[in-house]
Design a protein around this ligand. Structure first.
Ligand code: HBI
Length: 358
């Protein structure tokens, strides 16, 4: 593929490097590295104070958007005064002629609406599943009016939008696997990683571990304190060891010896980055059949997928992880979720966008 000049317009809910942007921060960084390695040129537009080593970042001032997942299905589309979102897209409009493709990473109404107003084609990498009727409407209408402009991380994420997303390109995700050390011999603990909040379903993992009398190490920000305290109160004898929040490379090293990663989402995870990070370390994944993780785990081969919310099935599967070959988990990550594999999928997406434009 010829070398492209790409403009990445980042998420509107936080500056890059603050963690406020959640999974998108890691996705944008990994995608930039993968495409730079493939010979393309990337410029990033992001809220001021953003940091992204190795890339030129155009910092834009303005007020952040409200996070979409905290509002209801009937949430109105809102814009603060002096919005960083519209300021970023006004900048993109003014420089668009210097780029071959503009990539939108924000889960906000405006960039989708602007698709036909730009002469340079815009590709939208949708970071979450269906959250509100207003966002569903703009995303599905752009998907059908401008084929191939929408990319998603999993099929189930695309299906969560009413009627699915026409022509959505499933790019999954990709990681710098050199950051993840393969660990052949497990130690005697299980792992749970994520924001400690109701949609992540930690209580089911604790219930399973409690009945097995095993040790569960928990990594992640305690986002919902009352929810966390309620779990501790309900399972006073459970062997839970809270490990705090660790940055990627430290988390990988700490999690690598786990007997398995347990994923018990209560919402449709668009992808489930943590599942890949575990597999890359050789850690089998036991997950509910809900959202992205269920598309990642090969049940019986790299872990187990069990009926959602079935704690008894979850407990049985956790007891079986000794039958999984840990080297198979690492190979699976290398085959599908390396930076190169992600770069190839995204280049194929760009080719579809560019072919559709002419
Ligand atoms: N909400 N309004 C809005 N816009 C975003 O770009 C956005 C969000 N919520 C979460 C989010 N992005 C990122 O944390 C994604 O990684 C999910």
């Amino acid at each position: 593929m010829r070398s492209l000049k790409l403009l990445f317009v980042s998420t509107s809910v936080g500056a890059l490097g603050t963690g406020l942007g959640g999974g998108v921060e890691l996705t944008l960084q990994n995608l930039a590295i993968a495409l730079m390695n493939a010979g393309h040129y990337i410029t990033v537009v992001a809220p001021e104070t953003s940091q992204l080593d190795g890339f030129s970042v155009v910092e834009i001032a303005g007020n952040l958007q409200i996070i979409a997942q905290s509002q209801g299905r009937d949430a109105l589309i809102t814009m603060p005064q002096d919005a960083v979102l519209s300021n970023m897209w006004d900048y993109a409009r003014s420089v668009q002629m210097n780029y071959d493709v503009i990539v939108n990473f924000a889960y906000d109404w405006l960039p989708f609406y602007l698709t036909p107003f730009f002469t340079t084609p815009i590709g939208h990498l949708v970071s979450m599943g269906s959250l509100s009727d207003a966002m569903d409407q703009i995303i599905t209408s752009v998907a059908s009016s401008y084929p191939h402009t929408i990319a998603v991380h999993s099929k189930v994420q695309a299906e969560s939008f009413k009627g699915g997303l026409d022509f959505a390109h499933c790019v999954m995700n990709g990681f710098d696997l050199s950051l993840y050390p393969f660990c052949e011999n497990a130690e005697d603990f299980y792992a749970w990683v994520g924001r400690i909040a109701p949609e992540k379903g930690l209580e089911d993992a604790v219930a399973a571990i409690d009945s097995l009398g095993a040790v569960l190490k928990v990594w992640g920000v305690i986002q919902d304190e009352p929810y966390w305290n309620d779990i501790l109160r309900r399972y006073p004898n459970a062997n839970i060891e809270y490990q705090g929040f660790l940055p990627t490379s430290e988390l990988a090293i700490a999690m690598a010896p786990a007997k398995a990663l347990i994923m018990t989402p209560k919402w449709v995870e668009a992808f489930g980055n943590v599942a890949i990070e575990a597999l890359a370390c050789g850690v089998p994944v036991v997950a509910y059949e809900r959202g992205g993780p269920a598309e990642i785990v090969r049940s019986g081969e790299t872990g187990f997928v069990v009926a959602a919310d079935d704690v008894a099935a979850l407990t049985d599967a956790i007891g079986q992880v000794g039958t999984i070959r840990r080297s198979r988990c690492r190979c699976h990550a290398e085959e599908f979720y390396s930076l190169e594999a992600m770069g190839d999928r995204v280049e194929a997406w760009f080719e579809k966008i560019l072919k559709n434009v002419t």
